[in-house]
Design a protein around this ligand. Sequence first.
Ligand code: SAM
Length: 480
Amino acid sequence: MNINTYIPDAFIEDVKSYLPEHLELEDFINACQTPLKRAVRVNTLKMSTAEFEQVCSERNWQITQVPWCEEGYWLERPEQEEEALPLGRTDLHLSGCIYVQEASSMLPPTALKDALDNAHTVLDMAAAPGSKTSQLVAMLNNEGFLVANEYSSSRLKALSATLKRVGAHNVGLTHFDGAVFGDYMPEMFDAILLDAPCSGEGTVRKDADALKNWSLQSNIDIAEVQKSLIKSAFHALKVGGTLVYSTCTLTPVENQAVCQYLLDEFDGLMAVEPLNDLFIGAEKAATQEGYLHIWPQLFDSEGFFIAKFKKTGAKAVSEPKRKKGAFPFTPMPAKQLQEFMQYLKKQFGITALPGTVHSRDKEVWLFPDVENERLLETVKYSRIGILIGTTHKNGVRLEHEFGSCLGKLASKNTLELTAEQGADYFNGKDVRLSEPSSAQGEAIIRLNGASVGLGKWQKNKIKNSLARDLVLDGRLITWE
Ligand code: SAM
């Protein structure tokens, strides 16, 4: 019980006005004061759930499946180990095999899952720090094109770092007020997640001060932003496409009322897709409209709200817009591309890349395949795909992201690190080999079977090529 959790009286009075009849206020307050159970999601781009379960059983980590996400688990580690080595410093985390994500935050991508089966182009309109973006990338198996947008510059950096760690290579990052998508990219997306900025009333179990600045007026103000975003999402969605709207707040002002605004504004053009059957037990959280209102006491989680819609008809935007300026990338010239691919085949046994290689000055980028070139031309991206190399007089020198995102394609010149070697690698040191190797040139570094970066063979060691900003400091991976 966290008695320091701040729950203002005015908030409780407000909650009383919309708490469903079958729920008790006391249970809600108790849940708010109970610390959250930690949950993680297995990043299936790097590790299977079976492999994760095996590792947990070997380490005596207790796991319980999250009922609404096949890759989600509540996780408990032995206390002594947890104190000596936080989860973020373990091999599973550093290699991008797991992502720490609150269980209810896994719900919005789950609600979008069936739509992703036939989706090529997906928008995550408010994406940082990237919990749900990385979940969507894994669900898409790194295929198609996912536009991940974030308005805040500092949070955009966190999003970019998340995507590198998990090995995403099918993402375009943008840095806009999400309200612009409707005008700039009308009817371009098969599926959209709008995990909207909100008052965060559902997050008090994680942050005891989350309600410090609570007021009904701030709920009303933020709902105006949410309405501008959901309207933009409507226009950006193709007819037949699916929109999931979610928040981590409880008030109907930011939830049901925003959804009702969408339905009224685009009367007859959006249909609610009920979520009552999303998982066994979901009906406990279902509202009469077919949305999920996750109260923290229902599934012992944070509070959340999720709604799902299908677009059934179009309404044109009054004035579609387009960015000015030329696209700064060009496809890599054929001869240079051929030499590059020959190198990848010789060094790593890689015969094809999942996308198209583009250049900008000396940079070499791998862009995801897009179904329509206009997707790349209508807005300015902060980055598209991944930076895989830089050109030098002797050819292309590979960059870290090639190793961490594409290393799994390699069939030779790979090295699986031991725990001690892994700690050295992430601490920026060269990796000592147990016996000298005659291998030469670049190597893919793997940890727990997951590719984490690049190095260079040098007889009895691998020279570390981790960029300085990725080097960590201190105790990593091993703790005894
Ligand atoms: N989806 C994220 C995840 O799962 O990791 C969490 C998103 S958080 C609920 C909402 C995000 O919206 C914040 O990062 C915030 O900076 C961003 N944001 C705020 N105003 C925005 C706007 N007008 N357009 C786009 N994003 C916005």
